[in-house]
Structure formats: C-alpha cells, structure tokens
Write a protein that binds this ligand. Structure first.
Ligand code: ATP
Ligand code: MG
Length: 808
C-alpha cells in the first residue's frame, strides 16, 4: 500500500497508540534485501511543524477577517510600495477594487499625488529601520476623480522573512473640510481686522491685550509686537484717567455692547480723541474677547476747539469790518475801518457806502459791474484800490450778503490792507517784464537750458542766429545747435554745471561755432553762466554772431599779407630801375661810351626807368592819400576825346615793342565833360598798361568808347592771359595781384586807385574776363551829373606833380 515513488517524500498521517495523530514525512525506496527485493521506508515526524503551520494559517485567516472588517482602510505594501493587500474599506476610500490595485502602487495609479513622494519616501525609510510612522495626512485622488483626505499610520512587519508595511488609512475629509472652513473664517476675520481703516483692539477675558490692527498701530504708534499681552491699565490711557477707567472696568462697565468717547494718547504723548465701541466676542457660545472699534475724531475735536478760539479772536479782528443795509447805508464801522479810511464811526454811519469809500476804477463802468455781480451772487471778493483821506490804498475786500431764510437784510464787508504786497507784486511784475523784454529784444542770442539740457529760454537773437523759431526749440535738446564734434564737450560742461553749479567756462568768452537750422555753421562768441532755480541749475548762454567780425579779421589778415608782399615788391621795383639808372649813368660819366648813338640809347633807358620810378612813387602816394582820406579830385570841363587819344598815343611805342596791335574805336564827337583830367588819364593809362602788360606778343588791344543815353562807356579789351573767376572778385582791392601773374612787375595798386577815381566821378568800373582768352575792363562816366567828389570840395589851389607814363 506504500506509494512507491522512487525516493520522493510524502506526508502521511499515523496514529500513535491509536490516540494521537501524528504527521510524518515518509520516503520509500526499493532495495535488495538478502537477494530478495524489499522496500525501505524512512519516516520523519513532522507533527510539530504541521501544527504550527496550521496555527499560522488560522491566525492569518483571523487577521484577514479582522482586517476585512476593520473600520479603517488597511493596505499592505512591500517595501517598494507595491500593494499586496487592501481591505474592503480601503476599496471604498479609493474607489478602486482590490484586484485593480494589487501588484501596482498608489503612485503608479496617481492615487497618491506626486507631490507626496518625499513624504512617502520618508515612511518607507522609517519602515526599513523597523519604525512605525504616522499619522501623516494625504489628499488622495479617487478613481472617480474626486478627492479624499486621509490620515495614514503605518507599521513595518516581517512576513516570511520579507519586510512589509501595513498602513491604516482613516478618512479625515470631513475634519479637513471643517478645518479649512475654520482657517478660512479665521483668515477672513483677521483679514477684516487687518484691513479695517478703523483702529481695532482685541482684549482677552483677563483684560490682557490679544491683538491690535495696523490702523491702531498707525494712529497710536504702539505696535502689536510691543504691547501684545499687556494688561490694564493700557499704555494709551492718559495717566490721569487710569484710576477712573480701572474702577470703571472692575465695576463691570463693559458687560455688553458699549459706546463711549475717550481721550487717549499716542506713544508720543499726543492726545487723540476716539469714539470706542466695545463688543464682547463669543466662540462656540463661550465668551472669549472684547473687540473695540475706534473712530478717530481728533481733527473734528481740534476744529471745534479752534472755532471756539476764533470766536474769541473775531472780537479782536484786525480787518476793517463794515456792515450796511440793503440800500448800502452804513450801519457798522469798526475801529480798523476808522484807521484805514480816516473816517470816524460817527461820521460814517448813516452814509451811503460809496459816498464814504471811493473805489478807483481802472476801467470805466467797473463799479457798476461790481455791484451787479454782488447783487446777483450775494457774495464777492476782490482786490480793489480805494481812495481815502490818507491817499490810495490797496485792499482785499470780501462782501457777503446777510440773509435769513431767503430774505436779504444787508451786507457785511471785510477789508484788509494789502498795499505793501500789491506794490511789491507790481514792482516784481515790472522788473520781470523789463527782464523779459531785455532778453527777447537782445541782439545777442540768449539760450537757457534745464539740467536735462532742454531749452527753456530762446530769444529773438537766438532765432536770428540759428534760424530756429522759439516754438521749434522750447523743450528741445540744446545739442541741436551744436556741431557734432563739440557735442560731447558741451554735454560734459552742462553735466558739470548740473552737478556742481560751476562751469569751467564761466566768466570766459569762448570763440566757437554753432549749427544753424539749414545745416550751415555760424561762428559765435559765447559766454556761459549758471544759476540755481529752486533745486536745480539753469545754464544760460549768451551768444553773439561774429560772422562779420570773423570776415573782417580774415580780410585784414589778407590785406596784411598783401601789404608785406607789396613791400617786398616795391623795394624790388624801386631797386631794379635804380640799379639800371645808376649803371648807365656811370658808363656815360666815365666816358666809356664814345658812340653818340649808343649814348642816346642809354639816356633813353635812363629816362624810361625814371618815368617808371616816378609812376611807382605816384601810385604809392595816391594810395597813402586814399588811406589817410586826403585823395582829392579837381573837376573842370575837359575835352575827353583828346585826353583819351593822347593816352592811347603814348602807348603806341610800348605796344609796337611788344608786337601788340593797338586799336581805337572812338566816336568822332564826344562832349566836354566835367572831370579831373589828370586822374582820368591815370585810369586810362593803368587800364591800357595792364592790357599790354598781361597780353602776349602778336595779340591786340582795343580801346572803345560808346556814348549812351546818360553815360559814356569806356572799354579796354585784350586777348591776353585773362583773369580767373576767383581773382575777378578781388581785382579792385588794394595790393591785390592775381597769384599766377606775379612774374610780371606791378604793385597791385593800379586798379584800386582807378576804382576810387571813377567812383569819385560818379561812375562805375568793372572787369569781365575768361582765363586764357582775354579781359575787358569797362567803366562809365555819367554825362549829366557832375558826379561826386571824394571829399565833396574842390581844391584847385593844389599844385600837382606831373604824371609820368611808363614807356619801357
Ligand atoms: P600796378 O598797376 O600798380 O603796376 P598791377 O598791374 O599788378 O600793378 P593792378 O593794375 O591793380 O596792379 O592790377 C591788379 C592785378 O589784376 C594784376 O596784378 C593782374 O594780376 C590783374 N590784371 C589787371 N589787368 C589785367 C589784364 N588786362 N589781364 C590780366 N590780368 C590783369
Ligand atoms: Mg596795373
């Protein structure tokens, strides 16, 4: 009957002595026993173990039963958080069936929100160390999406050598909600207290201070921190009231709602008036606190006191008080009125107001208007000029109707003298006007800027200099008128003024340039100052346009240059003929030239050089006369045609020598004219000599005269080297010589002198030319007018030097 299972063990039940059951573990093997097959059965008594196992199973069953029926949810996890077991209650808590959860974790199913991960980790860590944890509160997500608040206590247990965690989970949602509601309501009520504009105190049952709100702190200066817990008497009670208030409280003065006015004091000892409402506060039906709500009426109290004071002050009022009836008959006239107007009360009362006080009109009809406004509005206030027995006074007058239930009984006027102020104001206004006028009409530009460099003053002078109108510049950055290369420097300077009020350029006059609206630059002279206005510095620049000065300077510089060039020219021009004169003279004197023809030739050279020297000296003299204002013109009736022909003829030799054709185009008849013949000849000679001098051999020179309606036009044209456009502008200036013609001798004075002479005759002189093609010099002489004179008076007694003609 033994199962033959080849050595495997099996459990069998045996009975021992027929009574006790035993459980044995048996294994049977087939063996050879003395040549015969046999079975060997080995048995091990395992009854004890079997019983223990049975007990355990029973206890587990009981436990499970217990757990199933437990009022709390129960979970069993392994220590990785994997759920091994959950009871019915637990199912209800999460809404998940046991089968859905076992084998996974709360985290995986998002039942335990991720934010609790650290907390859950801690629990696991404690469990590993064999320690229980809890209670911990969690808000779990249920399967249906709703939430449940739970409290979890967990204990680690060893189960078959494995560590497991049993968690007992209690639903605390209701408690949590209640707590939330409580917190919210507490928050709400403290919020109310904190934000109340009225000062509020909360006092405990034992009359110690529990709370004061910020409004209270603000009013009294006592902070919650420093007074929390203090007992009566409270620090805001004035010393003298303490005893009285304490007994009041002890006698139960505040049993229910109480309202009272109290004088208290701030931390600084200032008195404050408050209306206090005290309300007992019950919590769950039990009396806990007194809440007192304050209303501060210190201001009102003060105003009331001030009013009482001013009532008294009114009696000693320092104004003129005048009352009148509806017809403006004076009924009241106080002492001050007597002083201001110099009229006694007895004199004034009963008279018409306007018969006693004369209101000076600045515009006719003004008084009628005043009284109209007064009648209409029942009130009016104004500054008026009154004529009194003492003279004129400025008064600030207010007139008010006295009315009672819509019926007008009369008027009361209050007047105070403001003459001093008025005069000061007017003086101020006048000086301001003067100052403003000064600024706006100043020829110089006046520009002020604020610390941000914005223009705040821009006068007419600045408009003229820069081309921007005032309205274009006000508020604009002043750098707008400063060329870029100077902007940095200016900004730095202004920054320095803004910071220190001082400027490194103060009290200095600077030569610089400004930028105009049209983009051109303008040379300016600048002085900068700063002044403090209220709390910042204003920078003011006074600017002068120095274009003309600069131009004049430039001109002067040029003249200076020309003058020194002239001097070196002159000395050269003087020396050359002198050397040749002295050389030839010596040859003749020493008898080294026996041939009479050669002698004659040398003498002619000497004569020519002498003439040249003479002309040179005459030019110099003319110029110095012109400069010193002693140049004179002596006009006489002269045959103009003869003078011209004469002059032209004198040039024939020179022209022939230079192989230049000299043409004349002169009318057969020309009138006699009132001119200075010598001077006129000088002009013609200069123009002719220039034409020949600046022509090359083989070309021609023409002298043409044209009679026009009111003038004679003289023209001397050549086909010579010509004059550049630039040079044309300066030809008639003294010492001017076109730079590229300096190899030809000359002083640069000829045309300058010619111009002076022609203009002194009332004519005009000009030149037209093209470089490389030739030039035409023209001048006119008026036919009818006698022309001008350099000094307006003739000097016929003056002895003249002979004019020389340069022929060589
Ligand atoms: P000066 O007449 O005193 O001997 P100058 O001839 O140099 O000296 P101006 O007669 O004043 O002086 O003339 C001024 C300058 O004008 C000359 O130096 C020359 O450069 C230029 N100029 C005058 N006339 C002519 C001309 N016809 N053609 C070209 N250049 C001329
Ligand atoms: Mg000349």
């Amino acid at each position: 009957a033994f199962p033959l299972d080849g050595g495997k063990t099996s459990e069998i039940e045996t009975s021992h002595n027929g009574q006790e059951k035993t459980v044995a573990e048996m294994s049977v093997v087939e063996i050879n026993w003395e040549g015969k097959p046999a079975y060997l059965a080995s048995l091990r008594n395992i009854t004890q173990r079997k019983r223990a196992e049975e007990k355990l199973r029973e206890s587990e069953e009981r436990l499970k039963k217990y757990l199933e029926g437990a009022p709390d949810g129960v979970y069993i996890n392994d220590i990785k958080g994997t759920l091994l077991y959950g009871n019915k209650k637990a199912e209800n808590l999460t809404g998940y069936k046991k089968e859905e959860l076992v084998g996974t974790s709360f985290l995986k199913n998002n039942i335990l929100p991720a934010k609790y991960l650290p907390k859950a980790g801690k629990t696991l860590a404690r469990s590993v160390m064999g320690k229980p944890t809890g209670p911990d509160e969690f808000e779990l997500n249920r399967k249906d999406g709703s939430h449940v608040w739970v409290e979890i206590n967990s204990t680690p247990v060893k189960q078959e050598g494995e560590l497991q965690i049993i968690g007992f989970v209690r639903d605390i949602t209701e408690r949590k909600l209640a707590e939330d509601a409580l917190a919210e309501s507490e928050e709400f009520s403290t919020g109310l207290l904190e934000n109340s504009p009225n000062p509020i105190t909360v006092v405990n049952q034992d009359f110690s201070l529990k709370y004061v709100n910020p409004a209270f702190e603000k009013l009294t200066g006592f902070t919650l921190k420093e007074i929390a817990g203090v007992k009566m008497p409270f620090p805001w009670w004035p010393e003298e009231k303490k005893a009285e208030r304490l007994t009041g409280v002890q006698q139960g003065a505040i049993s229910g709602n109480v309202k009272m006015e109290q004088m208290n004091q701030t931390k600084n000892g200032e008195h404050i008036w408050v209306e206090i409402r005290i309300t007992p506060i019950y919590v769950n039906g039990v009396f806990k606190y007194y809440l007192s709500n304050w209303v501060d009426f210190t201001q009102r109290k003060k105003a009331e006191e001030a009013l009482r004071f001013s009532d008294a002050a009114f009696k000693s009022i320092h104004e003129s008080v005048i009352a009148a009836d509806t017809d403006f008959i004076i009924t009241h006239w106080n002492k001050i009125s007597e002083q201001i107007y110099g009229i006694k009360e007895s004199e004034a009362i009963g008279k018409k107001l306007l018969d006693v006080i004369e209101i000076v009109e600045t515009r006719p009809g003004e008084n009628a208007k005043r009284f109209k406004v007064l009648e209409d509005n029942g009130y009016y206030q104004e500054e008026q000029l009154h004529r009194t027995r003492h003279g004129e006074v400025w008064v600030d007058v207010s007139l008010q109707a006295i009315e009672d239930s819509g019926k007008r009984h009369g008027w009361v006027a209050l007047a105070s003298v403001i003459t001093q102020r008025k005069l000061a104001e007017e003086a101020m206004k006048r000086s301001e006007e003067k100052y403003r006028e000064l600024i706006s009409t100043s020829i110089d530009g006046i520009v002020s800027t604020d610390p941000q460099m914005r223009v705040i003053i821009w006068n007419q002078g600045a408009e003229r200099i820069f081309g921007y109108k005032e309205k274009e510049m006000l508020g604009q950055n002043v750098l707008k008128i400063i060329p870029e290369e100077f902007q940095k420097g200016v900004a730095k300077g202004v920054a320095q003024i803004v910071k220190t009020g001082k400027s490194s350029v103060a009290n200095k006059i600077l030569d610089t340039v400004g930028l105009r609206k049209d983009g051109s630059t303008v040379p300016i002279e600048l002085s900068v100052s700063s002044r403090k206005s209220e709390d910042h510095y204003i920078t003011t620049a006074i600017i002068r346009d120095i274009t003309e000065r600069k131009e004049a300077e430039e001109k002067l510089r040029k003249i200076d240059e020309m003058k020194s060039e002239f001097l070196s020219n002159v000395s050269h021009e003087l020396r050359t003929p002198l050397q040749s004169i002295s050389g030839f003279t010596k040859l003749l004197m020493n008898g080294q030239v026996p041939d009479p023809a050669t002698q004659q030739e040398f003498l002619q050279i000497i004569d020519g050089e002498t003439v040249h020297l003479g002309n040179l000296i005459n030019s110099l003299l003319d110029m110095s006369r012109l400069e010193s204002g002693k140049f004179q013109i002596n006009k006489q009736l002269m045959p103009i045609r003869d003078i011209i022909l004469d002059s032209v003829t004198s040039f024939h030799t020179l022209a022939r020598d230079k192989d230049i054709n000299l043409h004349e185009d002169i009318p057969a008849q020309l009138p006699e004219m009132e001119i200075d013949g010598e001077r006129f000849r000088q002009v013609v000679i200069n123009l002719l000599s220039n034409a020949i001098k600046y022509s090359d051999p083989g070309s021609s020179v023409t002298v043409k005269i044209e009679k026009r309606e009111e003038e004679l036009l003289f023209q001397i044209s050549d086909h010579g080297i010509g004059i550049s456009q630039e040079a044309l502008l300066h030809l008639f200036e003294r010492f001017y010589r076109a730079e590229d013609k300096l190899d030809r001798c000359g002083t640069g004075l000829g045309l300058y002198i010619a111009k002076q002479i022609i203009e002194a005759h009332g004519g005009q002189i000009w030149a037209e030319s093209k470089l490389g093609e030739g030039s035409t010099f023209s001048f006119t002489l008026p036919l009818n007018s006698k022309g001008g004179n350099v000094h307006g008076k003739e000097n016929s007694g003056h002895r003249r030097r002979p004019r020389y003609i340069k022929t060589g």
